[in-house]
Design a protein around this ligand. Structure first.
Ligand SMILES: Nc1ncnc2c1ncn2[C@@H]1O[C@H](COP(=O)(O)OP(=O)(O)OP(=O)(O)O)[C@@H](O)[C@H]1O
Length: 309
């Protein structure tokens, strides 16, 4: 099946000359949940706004459901729901009318039962006759979600859905996401939190400085994260790893001057203590020890660091 979202070599340079996206290529399968992870200013919002047809690309091609988001924007947009980061609502209108109006914009027939279910799922039903301006910030975010889902989109974008929201809203949101997943809706969310991406996404894409650093299945990524290498320099090179020392994760460098042990920092036992004892038992002398993180770990440490400055 062709991907529901296809991004080819996308670049975006804003008017002032700042390049927010450079050469982004990404395919998203129908029914998939993908999390785009990256620090402030990485280009996440620019990427989803461009896919949604709100921001014009400077180069490259974006298609949603096979429709070019620039040339055939109506058809592309018809498939899309967007929950933006910033609250943009009709303050004087009621919750019910806000949501009903959005559905109408998409030329969908009136379907009060669908809207009622949406509002109930988002704990908004009791507030349906309240004016939006009377709602709390969290409630307004719920309205944004209801609006984005009012026309039954096939692809839903959530731009930092849980930034600054309380536990209850987060729970409601994940319940809605779980139901949408069952219905086969494709979901693309941006987040700063690896825990959130891990909990919800099938795949994680990491964006930094307008580039996609990697896109990987969540389980594979999490398995690779947390791996470290212990490098053991020997005083005398070895032609092979002695019998009693052989174990999973242990390799010899080409020149035999060092052993490299890869271990999982999340495991209850890393195996380092046993390895060092066995090294001694095998009569090998250590000249030096050092540890290093995998390149993936480096990427994440870099991201977290950028996030805290
Ligand atoms: N309209 C604009 N004009 C000029 N520069 C912009 C515009 N919108 C965004 N940028 C710049 O593009 C870069 C990427 O911004 P973007 O909002 O896409 O990042 P982000 O990854 O979503 O960040 P955050 O996590 O803070 O939401 C930033 O440096 C930002 O200042």
């Amino acid at each position: 099946m062709p991907p529901i979202v296809s991004v080819r070599d996308l670049t975006k340079t804003y008017k002032g000359g700042f390049t927010a996206l450079s050469g982004v290529t990404l395919d998203i399968e129908e029914g998939e949940i993908i999390a785009l992870l990256g620090p402030n200013g990485a280009g996440k919002t620019t990427l989803i706004s461009t896919i949604c047809g709100i921001t014009m690309p400077s180069g490259g091609v974006v298609e949603v459901g096979g429709h070019d988001v620039v040339r055939d924007w109506r058809r592309a947009r018809d498939l899309i729901g967007l929950v933006p980061q910033e609250i943009a609502l009709e303050p004087f209108s009621t919750v019910w009318n806000n949501v009903r109006f959005t559905r109408g914009l998409y030329d969908r027939p009136r379907d009060d039962a669908h809207l009622e279910r949406l509002l109930r799922d988002l704990s908004l039903w009791e507030k349906r006759d309240a004016k939006v301006m009377e709602l709390s910030g969290g409630m307004k975010r719920r309205v944004l979600i209801a609006k984005a889902l009012s026309h039954g989109p096939r692809v839903l974008f959530l731009d930092e859905p849980t930034a600054g929201v309380d536990v209850e809203l987060r729970r409601d949101m994940w319940r809605v996401v779980a139901r949408l997943r069952e219905e086969g809706v494709t979901i693309i969310l941006t987040t700063h939190y690896i825990e959130e991406a891990e909990a919800i996404a099938d795949r994680i894409g990491v964006i930094s400085k307008g580039r996609i650093m990697l896109v990987e299945r969540t389980a594979d990524l999490m398995a690779r994260l947390g791996r470290k290498e212990l490098r053991i320099e020997l005083t005398e090179p070895v032609a092979e790893i002695p019998e009693g020392l052989r174990r999973e994760g242990l390799a010899r460098t080409d020149d035999g001057g060092a052993l490299v042990y890869t271990y999982d920092t999340h495991a209850s036992r890393t195996g380092i203590t046993a390895l060092l004892a066995d090294l001694q038992a095998a009569g090998l002398q250590l000249a030096d020890l050092s540890t290093s993180a995998s390149s993936l770990e480096d990427i994440f440490v870099g991201l977290v660091k950028e996030d805290t400055v």
